[in-house]
Each structure stands twice: as C-alpha cells, then as structure tokens.
Design a protein around this ligand. Structure first.
Ligand code: GLN
Length: 283
C-alpha cells in the first residue's frame, strides 16, 4: 500500500489530536511532522504530495501517540520558544508559558542601565536569560531548588550567549543569594496544592510538582519573597512577580505587610492580571 502524502497525513493527525483534546491540533500535528522528518514549514506547504519513508512514518506515529497521551509538544521536542528564543525544556523544569512574557515586558520598562537582576526559581532560566539577552548591559543571579533545573538553565544561558553575565545558585529562594539587586523577579509556583489534581493533564502529568504547588493557598512563595526582598533590593529597586488568577489582592496584602507598595499591574494578552510590581513604600 503506498504511503499517505503529507497533506493527508497532516489531516489525519490533526483529527486524532483534536479527538485527544488538544487545543491546537493543527499546529501540534505540523510541529510533530516537522520533527519526525526534518522538513521545514515551507517544505510542508510546497510539497503536499511528498511521502514519508517508513522510518519517518513510524517516528511520526510515535510522536503523535505521545501527544495523544497529553504530553505537551514542547516536552516532546525538548524545547520551547519564549520571547523569540528557543529554550531547552526537560522534565525537571516548568514549561515556560507565553503568559510569562508579561513579566519580561514589565521588567524591560523599569530596568536601569547596567541593571543587576535576581530571578528566584528560575527553572529553564527563561526570565533571567531573556532579560540578559535583551539587555547586554545587564547582569544577574538566578536560583533554583532543583539542581537538575539549574543545569538546564546553565545550558540555556550558554546557548543564548549570556552565561558570562549570569550566576546560577542552587538553593531555596533567597538562601543562596548574596549581594543586592535593582530588580528581583519571580514566576513562583502559585497553584493551591489541592487544585493540582484538577489541572489539565498536559500540566498535571508533565510540569514538575515542585514548579506548580504554592502550598495550601498557593501563596507561600509570595510570603517568602516579600519577607526576603528588602535585604536584597538596592535603593529604588523593583520587585516583579507573576501571579495566578484572582491572587492580586492577596499578593498585594502580603507585600504591603512587608513594607512594599504596588507600583504596577500588568495584564497578559488574555487581559488577566498576570504580573505585579512593587517598590519600597515611602516611610
Ligand atoms: N521562572 C521559571 C519560568 O517562568 C520557572 C517557574 C516555575 O517553575 N514556577 O518558566
């Protein structure tokens, strides 16, 4: 039996992924087909009648089956684009989300010349590395509790050419941090522990639990960050944190109790409040 051509393979794959619950079945099918064949997007458009080799067909089938079991495409491919750059992603790191680009835009607006930044719970390093890549005059430190995640951040920093300006430290929040910074950032785990079982399987089964759970009410990391920020923030410095749905009021109260006032509220493309900025309150 002759192999199916690309166009019909893509149509079948898209229908299968849609049936399996993917929100983006057409895109997923195309990215997996490209990964299985090393064909570019242009090749797919220009060559709908191309046929796969039997080896390519079986690789593609394997990738499709993984996606049907809810493994995100970024994890299958081992990389994810964030703010226009490719980041290595592994089972030890949170998969950086487009929503997190909100904190990048917010930070770029307040970073002074020669900024020193601190990224707490860096995961893939997406936040720190993106900011250092965008601002060649900046330098900084990034921490993570997970040595495996920190190794991934190190690889990403090297690949994206910022390793000489980024110090990576293993440890819990501020524990391994020395020095002071112009900007302290974090996209901490903020899901209430009891909500994790109800998350989408793409998230629940593939993002590391350590990167998701924010304790019983989801706010524990903000308490730690708010209590430690004053000692590590330079004069006129800013704190920027990503937050979950409905957390703005609680997070503002946590920071207010530690002497910080809100300096900005930043929405993601979906219109949700996604990032809060804080300064030291006037005495
Ligand atoms: N800071 C990393 C990111 O935004 C990891 C966040 C996390 O693990 N919660 O991708």
């Amino acid at each position: 039996m002759p192999a199916d051509n690309l166009a019909s393979l893509l149509a079948t794959a898209t229908a299968r992924l849609k049936a399996a619950g993917s929100d983006t079945p057409t895109l997923d099918a195309r990215l997996l087909l490209q990964a299985a064949t090393a064909l570019t997007r242009e090749d797919l458009i220009l060559g709908p009648d191309l046929r796969l080799t039997p080896e390519q067909q079986s690789v593609f089938e394997g990738l499709l089956a993984r996606r049907e079991h809810h493994e995100p495409v970024s994890r299958i491919l081992g990389s994810r684009e964030f703010y226009g750059r490719d980041f290595k992603v592994t089972s030890a790191t949170l998969d950086p989300r487009p929503d997190t680009e909100t904190i990048i835009d917010a930070a770029l607006k307040v970073m002074p010349q020669g900024a020193r930044l601190l990224d707490l719970g860096t995961g893939t390093g997406a936040i720190a590395i993106t900011l250092l890549a965008e601002r060649p005059d900046a330098s900084g430190m990034a921490t993570d509790l997970s040595p495996e995640a920190l190794a991934v951040a190190g690889e990403n920093a090297t690949r994206l050419g910022v390793a000489d300006r980024l110090t990576l430290r293993e440890g819990n929040w501020f524990a391994p941090v020395t020095g002071t910074f112009d900007i302290i950032l974090s996209n901490p785990p903020y899901i209430p522990a009891g909500d994790i079982a109800g998350l989408d399987p793409d998230v629940r089964n593939f993002d590391p639990a350590l990167a998701l759970s924010g304790g019983s009410d989801g706010l524990d990391p903000y308490r730690v960050i708010a209590s430690g920020a004053d000692a590590r923030l330079g004069e006129g410095g800013h704190v920027l944190v990503e937050i979950g749905a409905g957390q703005a009021g609680d997070v503002e109260a946590i920071f207010a109790a530690r002497g910080f006032s809100a300096s900005g509220l930043h929405r993601d493309l979906g219109g949700h409040t996604r990032c809060l900025g804080f300064n030291r309150a006037e005495k």
